[in-house]
Design a protein. Sequence first.
Length: 78
Amino acid sequence: MITKDMWIEEILDKYSDAQKFLSEHGIVCVMCGEPVWGSLQEQMEEKGFSKDEQDNLVKELNEYLISHKITRKNTKRY
């Protein structure tokens, strides 16, 4: 499950398909091939999203991941 306080890099690492959804909603995740730093909340605030809009976007993103059967990638590192 994605939360507002998660870092963009962490979201994309776990759910790479989230990038499409976020970009369609004005949240840039990758710039010049490099991940955007900061939390999802910071990015939404930078774009002028209200608290309610932030909450709705996170809810819709989680619903998108579920409805498209997008599962968390195995992020176990050795």
